[in-house]
Design a protein around this ligand. Structure first.
Ligand code: HSE
Length: 308
């Protein structure tokens, strides 16, 4: 009998401000779905992509690029077909390509005669992400695959670890309508930084990690500032500074760009603060005549999983 599996691959927030390319977390309730089915003929086929205009050519789609890397590793000549449902848009800063890459390797692995451990799939998911963003970075793909909040120490060799999950914080995501490709948002970053800037950045990153361990939200708020990506990327995001003012006026304990944007995230301790921030941002975008979507979410311990 032909075997098939349907999986969920969560969206993620990368960087958390000062942790450019090194920290990210999985999100609750925002995800992509993939159905992968064994086929009799060898090779990979993309039957459909719903919700976004993406290539159906296997060599040009992150899902099948990642799945190919896994299949090359395990050997054999099995064929699979893919149905991809993008439930959040590519180019939004929520790790869409990472979800596709992680979901694809997770789904194919379920159908292998000798499946690997989920954590062993990360290098193959990274191949898909690297195809999309022209750079190896695991701060979206690792949390999407494995769940939780993950810090990546090194890529050669790949070394990462889970940080405590701040799932008591409420998270507002605002996604103004603008598409930002990660490869382009990486291209505008400085190629060098000064030692004083690096010192500010690693001071903040060390403090942010301590804040997550201690659940010290005042410290989190003081540590999140990013000296590398935010200063140049914010100009790509409609109303970035105005949203920041609104978030801080509503006692956000951390606001910054989600991944390479245009989505931004704001952490809150209370629903009241989150909702009043959301209402003020909604009226900001209405006045500016710009469309913006909002998501209320949290950090999630769950990564890719089979959808019953
Ligand atoms: N860490 C990556 C970046 C995430 O900021 O470029 C991309 O979503």
């Amino acid at each position: 009998m032909t075997k098939s599996v349907k999986v969920i691959a969560p969206a993620s927030v990368a960087n958390i401000g000062c942790g450019y390319d090194t920290i990210g977390f999985a999100l609750e309730g925002i995800y992509e779905e993939l159905i992968v089915t064994e086929s009799e003929a060898p090779g990979l086929v993309i039957e459909s992509v719903e919700g976004a205009s993406l290539s159906l050519v296997p060599e040009e789609n992150v899902a099948t690029v990642a799945a190919s890397a896994l299949l090359k590793h395990v050997g054999g000549n099995q064929g699979f077909s893919f149905q991809i449902k993008k439930l959040f848009l590519p180019g939004s800063g929520l790790g869409s390509s990472a979800s596709s890459a992680a979901g694809a390797v997770f789904a194919v692995n379920q159908l292998l005669p000798s499946p690997l451990e989920t954590r062993e799939l990360l290098p193959f998911a990274l191949e898909g992400e690297a195809y999309a963003s022209k750079c190896y970075h695991a701060d979206n793909v690792a949390p999407s695959l494995l769940g939780g909040c993950i810090s990546v120490r090194s890529y050669q060799p790949l070394d990462y670890f889970h940080l405590p999950l701040a799932d008591e914080l409420k998270i507002l995501i605002a996604r103004p309508y603008a598409e930002i490709k990660t490869a382009e948002a990486k291209g505008i970053l400085p190629t060098e930084i000064s030692v004083p800037t690096a010192r500010n950045q690693w001071g903040n990153l060390a403090s942010l990690i301590h804040a997550l361990h201690e659940k010290d939200w005042d410290r989190l708020s003081n540590s999140i500032e990013d000296y590398i990506a935010e200063p140049v990327r914010k100009s790509l995001i409609p109303c970035y500074d105005k949203m920041k003012e609104i978030a801080m006026a509503n006692d956000s304990v951390g606001y910054n760009i989600s991944g390479s944007g245009p989505s931004v995230f704001a952490f809150f301790e209370t629903d009241e603060n989150l909702l009043s921030c959301k209402a003020e941002m909604e009226s900001l975008f209405k006045n500016e005549n710009i469309d913006c979507d909002f998501f209320e979410t949290r950090m999630s311990a769950e990564g890719c999983r089979v959808k019953p």
